[in-house]
Write a protein that binds this ligand. Structure first.
Ligand code: PLP
Length: 430
């Protein structure tokens, strides 16, 4: 079993300067026993090495962006080459035009694109643009979907589909929450009730087309098509939050995979090749509302910065090669099948959702299709599972709501090693 003495000492040190010791709350181990978060020293390919000298197989993938493994040489070279030519210009570059073209070719609904710096910014701006276009204020979103930390999307469900939301975070004004209605994912009836009730107040419906934030959850067949139809009949726009899903399951978005088209799309994570990025785009007549062409304002000192453009381009060039997603799917299936076998062998109450190289293990025997079911999965068993893995060399997110992400650098041997560690944890720790 690994020891984490240096990480423990650094937790004390970090707490003296960084609020809560972490720069994003999801990095704390609060949900899994509040131990010291492992402090990583370096990362290479599929592996992490911590400050105590332990080596981990990494399935966190930095919460999604690292699909080509850590420090991929091609991305490293692209960043180094660009940095030798200047880091930030504040002017247009050919790189950003090339990159926009590449994304547009892969996701045709993006008639126009804008680059920003995070998924939060991308989603926040799509909502502003939808409001500007429709002249309406309210949005509908789905329970458990995370859309970044802007005020409007930090709102929890009211008590029914015709109820307004309540702030999910201190500091979000009630007035903002009153513009948000939250309904359960995969529940078309509640969605229709919300649309019927609020009618022409609804500017847009915001949805992760394949959920990544209460684990990997696919939409029921026809769900997204019906959401589109009902929203459009109501004069509302449809926004897909593809911050996790863009280039995750195929070269393109979940919208390509599922063959459904939104009006606007927000992206981030993978498209930056590991650097800070966000992007949004969609129908030309809607995007024309954005400054400098239209009255909806969005700007950014770092937007389209050359390092992110270069890293993103290199990342997509790696991902577009034949066989990449087949490999992710193959390794994902191997992991899913192996863990399923162990679940049966050790009679663990657990189920798995997987799509290509992304999967979630829920400690419940039910197939998870919405947030309530994910919430009902056993957090205490997850906590034991997490701690068992992290003390034996497997790094996953410290939350029962997150996914495991396989990268192009993982190998069959990594999966075999992972399965033997999962077996040890099932046998000894749960
Ligand atoms: N949208 C989704 C679906 C996300 O998963 C996230 C982050 O996890 C965001 C938006 C926010 O992105 P960022 O953390 O880059 O601001």
């Amino acid at each position: 079993m690994f020891t984490h003495e240096k990480s423990k000492a650094l937790k004390e040190e970090a707490n003296k300067t960084i609020l809560g010791g972490v720069n994003s709350p999801s990095r704390s181990y609060k949900a899994v026993g509040d131990g010291a978060p492992i402090v990583m020293d370096r990362a290479e390919g599929a592996y992490f090495y911590d400050v105590d000298g332990n080596r981990y197989i990494d399935y966190l993938g930095a919460y999604g962006p690292i699909i080509t493994g850590h420090g991929h040489p091609r991305i490293h070279e692209a960043i180094a080459e660009q940095s030798s030519k200047g880091i930030l210009y504040g002017t247009p570059t050919t790189l950003e035009i090339d990159f926009a073209k590449k994304i547009q070719e892969a996701i045709p609904s993006l008639e126009r694109v804008r680059f920003v710096n995070s998924g939060t910014e991308a989603v926040m701006t799509t909502i502003r643009v939808a409001r500007a276009y429709t002249g309406r204020n309210k949005i509908i979103k789905f329970e458990g979907c995370y859309h970044g930390h802007s005020d409007l999307v930090l709102v929890a469900a009211g008590s029914g589909p015709s109820q307004l939301g309540t702030p999910d975070s201190a500091g979000v004004p009630q007035g903002v929450a009153e513009d948000v209605i939250t309904v359960p994912f995969n529940n078309i009836e509640d969605f229709k009730t919300a649309i019927d009730h609020f009618g022409d107040e609804i500017a847009a419906v915001l949805v992760e087309p394949i959920v990544g934030n209460f684990g990997i959850v696919e939409p029921f067949e026809g769900f997204l098509e019906e959401v589109n139809q009902v929203a459009h009949d109501n004069g509302s726009l449809v926004i897909y939050d593809e911050v996790i899903t863009a280039f995750r399951f195929m070269y393109g978005g979940a919208q390509n995979l599922l063959n459904v088209e939104p009006d606007l799309t927000a992206m981030g994570k993978i498209i930056g090749g590991g650097t800070p990025i966000g992007a949004y785009g969609g129908r030309l007549d809607i995007m024309e509302n954005v400054a400098p062409l239209g009255p909806a304002y969005q700007a950014g000192t770092m937007a389209g910065n050359p390092l992110s453009m270069a890293a993103g381009l290199a990342c997509l060039e790696i991902l577009e090669k034949p066989g990449v997603y087949d490999k992710l799917d193959h390794l994902g299936k191997m992991l899913e099948d192996g863990i399923t076998e162990l679940i049966n062998k050790y009679e663990v109450k657990a189920s798995i959702n997987r799509l290509a190289g992304a999967l979630t293990i829920y400690f419940t025997d039910k197939k998870v299709t919405d947030y309530n079911m994910a919430e009902e999965s056993d957090g205490e068993i997850f906590s034991k599972f997490f701690n068992g893995l992290i003390h034996r060399g497997i790094n996953i997110a410290p939350s029962k709501y997150e996914a495991w992400f396989i990268t192009t650098e993982h190998t069959e041997d990594d999966i075999k090693e992972t399965l033997s560690i999962v077996e040890e944890v099932f046998k000894n720790d749960l």
